[in-house]
Design a protein around this ligand. Sequence first.
Ligand code: AMP
Ligand code: TRP
Length: 344
Amino acid sequence: MTFTPRIFSGIKPSGDLHLGNYLGAIRQFVPLQDTHETIYCVVDMHAITVWQEPEDLKRRTYEIAAAYIAAGLDPKRSIIFNQSQVMEHAELSWIFNCVARMGWMARMTQFKDKAGENSENVSLGLFAYPSLMAADILLYKSTAVPVGEDQRQHLELTRDIAKKFNHDFRKQIAELGFEEDFFPITETLATGPAMRVKSLKDGSKKMSKSESTSDLATIYLLDDADAVAKKIKRATTDPEPLPSEAAGLESRPEAENLVGIYAALSNQSVDAVLAGFGGKGWGAFKPALADLAVSVLSPIANEMQRLVADRGEMDRILRDGADRARAIAAPVMADVRQIVGFIR
Ligand code: AMP
Ligand code: TRP
């Protein structure tokens, strides 16, 4: 069976977008538009697996969609929409809840990390989350998904669900005349060197929205130029000058992080950056990084601000994306209902 090469990915509107989300995810989505059919979702139904203030949920949903566009996704070429507008996601996830096994779900490390000691008190949705993610992907028969390292296990589960569905219903699939592999075995897409941005205050932690030790640790995509420059200039470093090649960054996590950010923002290798800065001190490097970060991030922040201020335009884009998503999803869902034996 040949499936249309189709990319699906999503980000959940559960925290304010930061530099890690941009370099590690959103920016990687852009070039795929040239080679694939691309669907980029704001997964609001995933966000509510932990409590979200409804007003914040709305604001962040608009902000992520705006960030997609500001970073270079074209809403005409890519399908950009919020998950809850296409109800087939919920419908297919219920069927997958009945395909996936408790034991598979219980092995998910992200659930274990998030639930921690408190597993009796988290939502049922948080446990079922990977089954909804499998539905997001398979509803469009997506062939590849670009995501960060932390999502690999969820993609393995997606493949397990696809295989079990194809197997359990093989008789109906054949009788109804569908291809034997009704759902594809979706691959995890490695999008260049996986960029892991670390906290500006502690090189052992990843940059995240939950980093609470200091508000200087995280660069948010909506930070203004002064805030970006200030956070970089106050970033924690060691007293040594910069090395002349990448090997010299070993055991220097803060230095490695800042040089890595410079390399990513300027589309150069770490060695190329160090060829210019090797032997120099932080007093020379930090202002250069601050200028670079402002020059890349300010236009994105400005475009995001412009877009989120225009709710009418954003609503139109999201509705158009949802209509195009539904046009793919609805026929797949109709086939699934038949396969499962639902009368209609
Ligand atoms: P999250 O913010 O955890 O919902 O993640 C959304 C997307 O951004 C996922 O694809 C993550 O892999 C990616 N991401 C989150 N934090 C970082 C980071 N510090 N560095 C690189 N990628 C990140
Ligand atoms: N679980 C992903 C995350 O936390 C978000 C997500 C939901 C997703 N559905 C998806 C990513 C489908 C890729 C494909 O980052």
